[in-house]
Ligand binder design. Sequence first.
Ligand code: NAP
Length: 295
Amino acid sequence: MEMTVSRILDGKAIAKTVRAEVSARVRALRARGITPGLTVVLVGDDPASQVYVRNKDKAAAEAGFAARTLRLPATTRQAELLDLIDALNRDPGVHGVLLQLPLPKGLDAEAVLERLDPAKDVDGLTPRNVAALWRGEDALVPCTPAGCIELLDRHGIAIEGKRAVVIGRSQLVGKPLAALLLARNATVTIAHSRSRDLAGVAREAEILVAAVGRAKLVKASWVRPGAVVLDVGINRQEDGRLCGDVDFHDVLPVVGAITPVPGGVGPMTIAMLLANTVRAAARSAGIDPSALGSA
Ligand code: NAP
């Protein structure tokens, strides 16, 4: 009988490597008199956002960035937020701006993103960067999707020619990840809440991505034997523990490789945010980012 030996794709370890590479690039830039600056903008007091922002700030400071978080009250008006973005766009010490989403009710995130300088858009969400991604041009790419690709690459998992199915079509994860897989010559299907026979669609995948936000949605019967499964979902269970969109223990005997939750895609997101920021800083100084080493 044929045996599938599944591999756990260790995002924590890869993220550590990427962050070390980023630190080396930061040092190289600082040696040329440039300290990469990342500003995170947090509006309101959403508890999950507070945690994410703290982690981003800490990781950026550890990697040698000039990192700061601007905390604004939930009562902030749209015009004030736009003025702040204008000021950050003008500030030469700020190379990357991350607008923590979601914004409180009453604020228009799309309008804020439209205002942000695409060269400082380290989350890859401005219209210009979204268009560049789909046009196959060089762009700052959303961090979680970029982290998924990095995880595959660093495990030597080929993408070209493969059947990829992405479940989820958000602006933040599903769509940009589909665009990246397409740019790498996968044959890509995007599935969502209105897809018919989701299990059947998923079963076609050699690379299956779940970016849904439904705990343990993907079962063994959804997975083609030997498939690589990337679990982007972060869901809190009743006992307080985190789990993904994939029923990890159910699918484990079937998959070729899989990312765990936590410790899979999650840690890659911050690593790629730092990689994007150092790239933006190098570009702003007219330095080819690849001249600073990998990542
Ligand atoms: P989102 O904006 O809520 O999008 C969810 C997508 O899943 C939508 O396209 C939705 O379809 C689809 N969907 C919902 N229920 C479905 C179902 N029963 N069957 C098939 N498709 C379904 O979420 P997101 O921002 O993309 O995030 C997805 C998950 O990833 C969440 O758990 C989030 O916490 C996690 N996440 C993790 C990271 C990380 O760093 N690892 C980063 C970002 C997000 P429709 O479009 O038809 O509504």
